[in-house]
Ligand binder design. Structure first.
Ligand SMILES: [Zn+2]
Length: 352
């Protein structure tokens, strides 16, 4: 019986050598360790053996069973490893497949236009001055010649910030970039109180007003402001610089005109129009048949504003101007709804 067990073990191990996949592993297990295998028949025949024979045969059969199970486990690992190696070899990475494209972002159309404007003024020697978006009433209004309760404030519906009782100087979101003029002048005049240096800056940035949001008005919009202060600056400098800007922005042959206007912080004040670049001045829907498009507001800096900035109006003069990049884009690309700019619709933004 012990010889027979040796035979069973040897033939099972021999058979295992030719097993190369999961299906034949399963078949081998059934044939050599299954209920009707020769080995299991030895176990079930133990009761027929004599008392003397039984322990030795039982022990030997157990040893064979353990040996076969160990051999099966080892073979299973080997088959798995071979299958993995085979799949790695056969399913090589195909580097000829086209890659997944990376979506490249771009600047917002307003930022692009803002930068075009700033670039042109930079070529004329203007520096960029950025100023805060949260302002005090004093800097946003009073220093710019809008006294408390003055009706001119009605021009700019304001978003106030609840910052406790501050009397006539509440905190607000700037309604225009002009408070930056005061900050820039004060910065320069504090450093050199007796002899403040000339200033030539552009101030780009976001402004906020409490508007009902419609196709024509938004609660937020960009402005670019400009300020030139120095000795002997006249309205001729203003006209020359802004006409030059219009030519660089809208074309060398574009005509400009100045119309009298009103702003509290400039005197005299004007609006600058450029010849309609949609119809060439003949009259169309964009220019409302007038042939002209209003592009910016400007004027000579009010003496009170100079004084509030620390510049003596008897010695210094200056001019200032402000424009909206969104409005310029709307005119140029015939965009009929300002809400597109901050609606975050990629279909709109991708066109720029
Ligand atoms: Zn036109």
């Amino acid at each position: 019986m012990l010889d027979k067990l040796k035979e069973i073990e040897q033939s099972a191990l021999d058979a295992l050598k030719s097993v190369n996949d999961q299906a034949s592993l399963d078949a081998w297990r059934v044939a050599h360790l299954g209920r009707s295998s020769s080995l299991m028949q030895v176990f079930s025949g133990l009761g027929l053996l004599s008392k003397e024979e039984r322990p030795a045969v039982g022990q030997a059969a157990n040893k064979v069973k353990i040996a076969l199970e160990a051999a099966l486990a080892e073979r299973t690992e080997a088959v798995k490893a071979a299958a993995l190696a085979k799949s790695l070899e056969e399913e090589e990475l195909d580097v000829t497949l086209p890659g997944r494209g990376v979506r490249v972002g771009r600047l917002h159309p307003s930022t692009q236009q803002l930068r075009r404007v700033v670039e042109i003024f930079a070529e004329m020697g203007f520096q960029v001055y950025t100023s805060r978006e949260v302002e005090t009433d004093e800097i946003n209004y009073q220093a710019l010649n809008f006294p408390p309760h003055h009706p001119a404030r009605e021009l700019q519906d304001t978003l106030y910030i609840d910052a406790g009782e501050r009397g006539d100087n509440p905190i607000l979101l700037r309604t225009h970039t002009s408070p930056g003029q005061i900050r820039a002048m004060r910065e320069a005049s504090t450093e050199h109180p007796d002899d403040p240096p000339p200033i030539r800056i552009v101030l780009p940035g976001m402004c906020f007003r409490s508007e009902q949001i419609t196709a024509r008005s938004e609660v937020q919009f960009n402005q670019v402001e400009g300020l030139a202060v120095g000795e002997n600056i006249t309205f001729a400098d203003l006209k020359g610089s802004l006409s030059d800007f219009a030519r660089r922005m809208f074309g060398q042959n574009v005509r400009t005109r100045f119309r009298a206007s009103y702003f509290p912080f400039t005197e005299p004040s004007a609006e600058m129009d450029v010849e309609c670049f949609v119809c060439g001045g003949k009259g169309c829907a964009v220019c409302k048949q007038s042939g002209w498009l209003e592009i910016l507001g400007c004027g000579m800096v009010h003496p009170l504003v100079l004084e509030n900035g620390g510049y003596d109006p008897r010695r210094y003069t200056g001019y200032a101007f402000g424009m909206g990049p969104e409005r310029q884009l709307m005119l140029r690309y015939k965009i009929n709804d300002i809400r597109y700019f901050w609606g975050n619709d990629v279909r709109f933004l991708e066109q720029f």
